[in-house]
Structures are given as structure tokens and as C-alpha cells.
Design a protein around this ligand. Structure first.
Ligand code: 4AD
Ligand code: MG
Length: 480
């Protein structure tokens, strides 16, 4: 019964008229006891279903409410109305699932994003979230396409690990030990993880990079694309506790190759979504334009969404070193007029998101790749530069977002790596497997991590990261 269904997208897209079709979907609105706006998620555009007066019993008509699920068979005909090219003249209509319109959370009106976040289980059924999650899908697909076309091997790195890949200590513990104080203890009173499920202390991964590096030392070109978890208490519009990350790792690449790969990659996937999701992006662009109109002039982005995406795809990213960036920031009118919350006083300062956004949005007005950061503000695995002060790191900063990619050339020299680990208190015993890659056939290599939700934010023009992942996890919230 169900496989005869025609997707609304294909009904609307096709030039054909005067043929029989069966469609199924959810009612968005029902007007004048005749006109049903039906949506099945294949496109934001609704199919107008016309139920001629007298076709349906009063009792069925009452059940055609916003949110109800229906099946309609009829004839696709040219529409007399101006709003649509074709419509479906119903011959028969069946209610698959009722929806009490008094209780259904979505009413035919505009809802706030906050309200929809609280009703994330239903928000897929709105135009905005329909568009966002179709775009998200396309971006995910394009990522695999990009790497597959270039001969990369997709490596599934583990989600439960025993190491802290970033050395930042922001991990969720994984344990089956009781939490009521009865967990087995060592003589010194600490918990005895030898008795735990894995016989050691484990956590959810913060990054698949270390395992990615192991695979790159055999397949040369690999990538992982999976969920990562950070227990950082950041209640911002850019942070999630559970997010997806794409991490390529490439043997024989240096920092410049790494930047080239990242730039080509970002442009490719954005271009792919622009081609595949033109209607959804046009809708989101319109949405953003309306939202921008509510803001004071000084806070408006200036460029429309499509304009911005086109610009990014067609222009080179600006490349400069951390040292050059600090110079620009230090001399900026923002710094002099104390408009930054954290003033830039000297070389070595960690860049806050306000600084990143100043560089991208005010100074260069395009994406920026910053390289060669001070070693003290970056991770232990980054390759030490000859100056002994900076490492071969790169961050890509995007307008409206800030950091979207973090990566580096890796330290392939065993002695230098060991020295950095010691300086940064990264326990070498736990990472002995990792050090083996430096013992047996080490080579220069590089990689990066792209935060998937930050990319989706950028492409959809949304402003809160909680709106671009189906069910966001953040401090004090793990609903659904
Ligand atoms: O800069 P990060 O911490 O780099 C790494 O994890 C490296 N191991 C990646 C690599 O070289 N293979 O994270 C990479 C990216 C960031 O640039 C950001 O886009 C995203 O992951 N990210 C987050 N996205 C959402 N919520 C969070 N809490 C995030 N933390 C990082
Ligand atoms: Mg980073």
C-alpha cells in the first residue's frame, strides 16, 4: 500500500499534469473546508490538495487538522490559483493519524526558535527546520563524496577511549561502577578502575585524531566523521557537549598542504549544498533577511546568505600567522578604544572569539586561516617550528562563527614529541600506541578537524548551534 506513494517534491517539480497520484504527508493548514496544504518533508513547498465540496463526510473533514497525517489519491492537474503550478484534485482521502489541533504544539503562525527548541521533537515539521535538516543531510553526503573522490579511506575511530586526544581534560567518563560510594577502592582511597568494565578508566572521545593518525600511517589518506563529546561548561551559541566532527589525516602533507585541503574541502561542500538545496537555501536566506531587519543597522551582517556563500566559494581565504594577527589586533581601533572585553596586550595571548570575529568580519571581511600559534596555547601533538616558540597549527575562522576548523602538521619526531608531552603533563604510558607510529616508519603528516555543526550554522545562516543539530546536548540539557 505504501510504496505507491509519490513524493511531493517530484509532483511539484515535474512538468507533467493530468495523471493519477497518491501522496501522503502531514497537514499544514486546511482552508475553506477545501484546500489542504500538505507537506511530506521532501521539500519545503506544500502540495495543495483540493477536496471538492461534498467529496468528504463531515466527520472526515473535522479530522483534517494541522498536524494530522493523511493519504490522498487523486489527479494532478494544472492549478487555477496563482500560488502554485499544480495541485492534487482528491478522489479519496484517508486519515492515517489524527492530531488534536487544540493540543498540537505547532499552530499555523510564527513560533520563536526558543519555543521550537523546547519542542524539538516536533520542530522538524516547520519550514525552517525542514530546510535546515535537508541542508545538513546534503553537507554530510558531500563530505563523503569529497573524500571518496580523492581516494580517502573512511575510518571509524572509537567512541569510547582511554585517552584524552586533546589533552584538555574535558571528558565524559564512561563507567559501570556504582556511584553510591560502594565502588571498589585502591589502598589510597582512589577508585580502582581495574574493576571497571574495561579494566581501566575510560571516557567518551573528544576527537578521533589520534586513531586517525594511526590509520594514516598505513593508508596515507584517511578521514573520520563521527560524534565527539566535550564536557566543557560552555553555555554559548557555538558550543555543544555532543557534536560531530570531520577529521582528515594525511601522510606526507605539511601545513600548507593541510590548508589547501581544508580550503578546497569547505568550498566543495558549500558548493554542493548550493546546487542541491537551492530552494532550501533561498528560504533560509529570506528568513535571515527578515531577521536582520529587526536588528539595529550596526549589527546587521551586510551580506545576504546566498551572497555570503557565493563569496566564500569564489574567493581565496586570507592566510596569515598568529603573530601578524596579533599585530593587527593590537593596533586596531577596537583595542585602542577598549571595545574588546579582553584587550590584546602582548604576543602569546589566546584569541577569544571576539578577536577572531574582528579579524574575519571587520578587518578582512572573508574567511581567514591563522597559522603558527604560540606552542603554549595549542595541543601537545602539533609540530614545533624552528623558532622553538610556535607550532605548525592552523585555525580557520569564518564570518559570523569564529573558529570552524582546528588543525596542524603533527610532530613526527619522537624526541620532540616526548618532550612536549612531558612539558604539558600528557602521560606517555597511556599513549604508547601513539608513540609507536613515531618509532616505526614515521613521516611528516597533517590533519584537521571541522566542527560539523559550525559548518551547518554557517551554511544555513542560523545563529544558535542548538538549532542545527536535531537534539542538542548542552549543560543542564539532554532532552529527547
Ligand atoms: O580545535 P579542536 O579542539 O581540534 C581537535 O579536536 C583536533 N583534534 C582536530 C584535528 O586536528 N583532527 O576542534 C576542532 C573543531 C573546532 O574548530 C570547532 O569547529 C569544533 O571542532 N568544536 C566544537 N563544535 C561544537 N561544540 C564544541 N564544544 C566544539 N569544540 C570544538
Ligand atoms: Mg581549536
Amino acid at each position: 500500500m505504501f510504496n505507491i506513494r509519490k513524493k511531493i517534491y517530484s509532483v511539484l517539480q515535474s512538468e507533467e499534469v493530468n495523471y493519477k497520484a497518491t501522496v501522503m504527508g502531514w497537514v499544514r493548514t486546511f482552508r475553506n473546508n477545501q484546500f489542504i496544504a500538505l507537506n511530506d518533508g521532501s521539500t519545503n513547498n506544500n502540495l495543495q490538495v483540493v477536496a471538492a465540496l461534498g467529496l468528504l463526510d463531515e466527520s472526515v473533514m473535522k479530522r483534517i487538522t494541522t498536524g494530522a497525517c493523511i493519504k490522498v489519491t487523486g489527479e494532478v492537474v494544472a492549478s487555477l490559483g496563482k500560488a502554485q503550478r499544480v495541485e492534487l484534485k482528491a478522489d479519496s482521502l484517508e486519515i492515517l493519524g489524527d492530531s488534536d489541533s487544540e493540543k498540537f504544539p505547532l499552530q499555523p503562525k510564527k513560533h520563536s526558535l526558543e519555543f521550537l527548541r523546547e519542542n524539538a521533537h516536533i520542530r522538524f515539521r516547520t519550514n525552517t527546520f525542514g530546510a535546515i535538516f535537508r541542508v545538513r543531510h546534503s553537507l554530510a553526503f558531500a563530505i563523503h563524496q569529497f573524500f571518496n573522490d580523492r581516494g580517502f579511506v573512511y575510518m571509524h575511530t572509537p567512541i569510547i577511549t582511554g585517552s584524552d586526544a586533546e589533552g584538555a581534560g574535558e571528558m565524559f567518563r564512561v563507567t559501570t561502577l556504582p556511584l553510591d560510594g560502594s565502588a571498589p577502592k585502591n589502598e589510597d582511597g582512589s577508585i580502582n578502575y581495574k574493576e571497571d568494565f574495561f579494566g581501566k578508566s575510560t571516557n567518551l572521545t573528544v576527537s578521533g585524531q589520534l586513531e586517525g593518525e594511526l590509520a594514516a600511517m598505513a593508508f596515507a589518506d584517511v578521514y573520520t566523521f563521527g560524534p565527539t563529546f566535550r564536557a566543557e561548561n560552555s553555555n554559548t551559541t557555538r558550543h555543544l557537549a555532543e557534536f560531530w566532527m570531520i577529521e582528515p589525516e594525511v601522510a606526507f602533507n605539511d601545513l600548507e598542504d593541510n590548508m589547501n585541503l581544508a580550503e578546497e574541502f569547505i568550498k566543495y561542500i558549500i558548493k554542493y549544498a548550493m546546487d542541491k538545496n537551492a530552494e532550501d537555501l533561498a528560504f533560509l536566506s529570506q528568513r535571515l533577511e527578515e531577521e536582520e531587519k529587526q536588528k539595529p543597522l550596526a549589527e546587521r551582517a551586510g551580506m545576504g546568505l546566498l551572497e555570503k556563500l557565493n563569496f566564500v566559494v569564489n574567493n581565496d581565504f586570507e592566510r596569515l600567522t598568529y603573530t601578524e594577527a596579533i599585530q593587527i589586533l593590537k593596533e586596531s581601533s577596537h583595542n585602542k578604544k577598549k571595545k574588546f572585553q579582553y584587550l590584546i596586550e602582548e604576543w602569546g595571548a589566546d584569541l577569544q572569539s571576539e578577536h577572531e570575529r574582528y579579524l574575519v568580519e571587520k578587518h578582512f571581511k572573508k574567511p581567514v586561516i591563522l597559522t603558527d600559534y604560540p606552542k603554549d596555547i595549542k595541543s601537545f601533538y602539533m609540530r614545533m617550528n624552528d623558532d622553538g616558540k610556535t607550532v605548525a597549527a592552523m585555525d580557520i575562522l569564518a564570518p559570523g562563527i569564529g573558529e570552524i576548523v582546528g588543525g596542524s602538521q603533527r610532530e613526527e619526531r619522537l624526541d620532540k614529541l616526548l618532550q612536549r608531552m612531558e612539558e604539558m603533563n600528557v602521560p606517555a604510558v597511556e599513549l604508547d600506541f601513539y608513540l609507536d607510529t613515531r618509532r616505526f616508519g614515521a613521516c611528516p603528516h597533517a590533519g584537521f578537524g571541522l566542527g560539523f555543526e559550525r559548518l551547518v550554522l554557517f551554511v544555513t545562516g542560523m545563529t544558535n548551534i542548538r538549532d542545527v543539530i536535531p537534539f542538542p546536548r548542552y549543560p543542564k540539557s539532554a532532552a529527547f
